[in-house]
Design a protein around this ligand. Structure first.
Ligand code: PMP
Length: 441
């Protein structure tokens, strides 16, 4: 009997014993192609030499020094490198241990910012339906996934949610993508007016939606309109790039493709590439300066923030990106993955949409392509696809829901950025088998 209290009390997962490039190996010797990098984490595969060496070297010099007393060379280097690549105006980095911590820090920093600048009524957050921003209480409250929120609802701070930018289901037939994007962005303006502009603190969204919808990018112009609306009302724009950031879409920061600079960005997952737990809240100088001119102290913190080992791993990840020109490779391999998926599944009677950016792709399964109706959620098709793929030796990240949190069944693909052409073929082949096995079940 395992004493681990993990995700499910009903099933016992296999024991992972080794990582080998894009593959994980279990105790029986079975190999799994990591088609989703776990949950968009393992961007360099599972046996990267540079990261391993960096971790050994860091361990030999300094493992940890509490940030209440010290900073460290790897943490300073990491902050410098992230800022150098960040959108304009983002010039401070608050290092944490994961995505939820980064989102919590963003919410609390936003609140403190408005206190420091003398706008104490601003405390409300607006986010989007069918979104996920983490599982700690503040981040969970921000997310608009009804299923994840439901049982904790009495414990969540009030957050309101507008529509996501979800072209496949939201755009009317006679509407251009641009007009659709402006229409759903304008919901933010309406919501700010309804709540009272002087009470709204921040708007939070993912540039490319990951864990709830399966790689749904915003349409062109959407985030620019959001930026304008936030500016008009003095509301902070927080982009959650925990999943879509750090090279996943072919840019270190996904919002670069949308041509916007938010006030804060949260990152995690790919930053440590699975070798270390690390995340960061990146923020604009405007916010930092307000704290500096005021109390001089952000009233927040975690024991492991700025951990030297985690920062050393992240620096090695960034060096790998640079030395192998991985952003260009992601864009190329992303196109290949999209075209292989389209060739294999584009005419499938139950595949409604294949979408995404870079090596961040989503497939939406439907009962009927014309009406876009979804399968009965009780059938849990997404879970069946996951199980069938796993049996085939493929890790993919399916999602679906029984409440309005997620409509339909989706599969998210986020393979290591080093994936080779032959492995893309293997991924697509196994996924097709898994989808058909699950549908036949
Ligand atoms: N934000 C987004 C967009 C995410 O996808 C996730 C994780 N799936 C989180 C926040 C939370 O990150 P973590 O699980 O590292 O706390």
């Amino acid at each position: 009997m395992s004493h681990i209290f993990g995700r499910s009390t009903k099933t016992q997962p296999p024991v992972a014993v080794a990582g080998d490039g894009c593959y994980l190996v279990d105790a029986s010797g079975k190999r799994y192609l990591d088609g989703s990098g776990g949950a968009a984490v393992s961007c360099l595969g599972h046996s990267n030499e540079r990261v391993r060496a960096a971790l050994h070297a860091q361990m030999d010099t300094l493992a940890f020094a509490h940030t209440g007393f010290f900073t460290s060379a790897p943490a300073e280097e990491l902050a410098d490198r992230l800022v150098a690549a960040a959108p304009e105006g983002i010039d401070r980095v608050y290092l944490v241990s994961g995505g939820s911590e980064a989102v919590e820090a963003a919410l609390k920093l936003a609140r403190q910012y408005f206190l420091e600048i003398g706008q104490p009524d601003r405390h409300r957050v607006i986010a989007r339906r069918q979104s996920y921003h983490g599982n700690t209480l503040g981040a969970l409250a921000t997310g608009g996934n009804a299923w994840r929120r439901a049982q904790f609802a009495p414990m969540l701070v009030e957050t309101t949610h507008i529509s996501p930018c979800y072209e496949y289901r939201g755009r009317a037939e006679d509407e251009s993508p641009l007009a659709y994007g402006q229409r759903v962005a304008d919901e933010l303006e309406i919501e700010i007016q309804r709540l009272g502009p002087d009470t709204v603190m921040a708007f939070v969204a993912e540039p490319v939606v990951g864990a709830t919808l399966g790689a749904v990018p915003a349409v062109e112009g959407y985030l620019k309109r959001i930026r304008e609306i936030c500016d008009r009302h003095g509301v902070l724009m927080i982009l959650d790039e925990v999943m879509c950031g750090m090279g996943r879409t072919g840019h270190l920061f996904a919002c670069a493709e949308d041509g916007v600079a938010p006030d804060m960005i949260t990152i995690a997952k790919g930053l440590g590439a699975g070798y270390q737990p690390i995340g960061a809240l990146m923020t604009s100088g405007k916010i930092y300066d307000a704290i500096a001119a005021g109390s001089g102290f952000f009233q927040h913190g975690h024991t492991y923030m700025g951990h030297a080992m985690a920062a050393a791993a992240a620096n090695a990840v960034l060096t790998e990106f640079e030395e192998h020109d991985l952003m260009a490779r992601v864009r190329l391999q992303g196109e290949l993955l999209q075209s292989c998926l389209t060739d294999a599944l584009g005419q499938h009677p139950h595949v409604g949409d294949i979408r995404g950016r870079g090596l961040f792709r989503g497939i939406e399964i439907v009962a009927d392509r014309d009406s876009k109706t979804h399968f009965d959620p009780a059938r849990k098709l997404h879970a069946r696809i996951k199980a069938a793929a796993f049996a085939e030796g493929l890790i993919c990240y399916p999602m679906g829901g029984t409440l309005d949190g997620i409509v339909g069944d989706h599969v998210l693909l986020a393979p290591p950025l080093i994936i080779e052409d032959a492995q893309i073929d293997e991924l697509v082949g196994k996924l097709c088998t898994a989808i058909d096995t699950a549908l036949a079940d």
